[in-house]
Design a protein around this ligand. Structure first.
Ligand SMILES: *[C@@H]1O[C@H](CO)[C@@H](O)[C@H](O)[C@H]1NC(C)=O
Ligand SMILES: *[C@@H]1O[C@H](CO)[C@@H](O)[C@H](O)[C@H]1NC(C)=O
Ligand SMILES: *[C@@H]1O[C@H](CO)[C@@H](O)[C@H](O)[C@H]1NC(C)=O
Length: 204
């Protein structure tokens, strides 16, 4: 019985094995090619990512300007771990105040951008900034409107005792209006910063 079974079963088992041997080899080769291809793609992707992320070399004119500015304000004779302020800004006093100079440069740059006639996309941030700037610069319209817009704001915020129309202040409502509609935080803030004349002395 056993021999008969093994005799019967052996050719049946052998047939498909013999028939699929070239396929098995082909499958292995294809799998290997696929894995190698995937590895290659992955390596190329990694290489591309490492090439494109991280700091780029300083080549643009803006970057070169900034580099010159920082090199001119710092004092590289000072060890940065002992006195970082002097290392980074040691010579800034010889020139103008770096922050003030940067702020002035930024304002001039913004002004140049905003004064150029450009077709901004309606509703975009740029278009809103452009409209806002133009409405501030339109002194004729501001003069023509007179005190109306300001009185409207004062009344919306609860009135003014001097102007007569004063309603008792609803603190919550006024605070909500100020913060949501006017983007203004009415309380004072306290922070620690360097003294303008003596940068190593912190002041509140
Ligand atoms: C730079 O630092 C050195 C060492 O503290 C100092 O002797 C020198 O006067 C500093 N130079 C300037 C321009 O501040
Ligand atoms: C200081 O600022 C003024 C006006 O912004 C500029 O004309 C002058 O060249 C600056 N001085 C130095 C030393 O950078
Ligand atoms: C203002 O808001 C606070 C916190 O939500 C609440 O406790 C208080 O009763 C409110 N005051 C008034 C006058 O509505």
């Amino acid at each position: 019985m056993g021999t008969l079974w093994s005799q019967e079963s052996t050719p049946e088992e052998r047939l498909p094995v013999e028939g699929s041997r070239p396929w098995a080899v082909a499958r292995r080769v294809l799998t290997a090619i696929l894995i190698l291809g995937l590895l290659l793609c992955f390596s190329v992707l990694l290489f591309y990512n490492f090439q494109n992320c991280g700091p780029r070399p300083c080549e643009t004119s803006v970057c070169l300007d900034l580099r010159d500015h920082y090199l001119a304000s710092g004092n590289t004779s000072v060890a940065p771990c002992t006195d970082f302020f002097s290392f980074a800004c040691g010579r800034a006093k010889e020139t103008n105040n770096s922050f003030q100079e940067l702020a002035t440069k930024n304002k001039n740059r913004l002004r140049r951008i905003l004064e150029v006639q450009n077709s901004w996309h309606p509703g975009s941030g740029e278009e809103k900034a452009f409209q806002f700037y133009n409405s501030c610069m339109d002194t004729l319209a501001i003069e023509a409107a007179g005190t109306g817009p300001l009185r409207q704001v004062i009344e919306e915020l609860g009135g003014w005792r001097i102007s007569g129309k004063w309603t008792s202040l609803n603190f919550n409502r006024t605070l909500r209006l100020l913060m949501s509609q006017y983007g203004h935080f009415p309380f004072f803030r306290a922070y620690l910063g360097p003294h303008p004349a003596s940068p190593h002395t912190p002041v509140i």
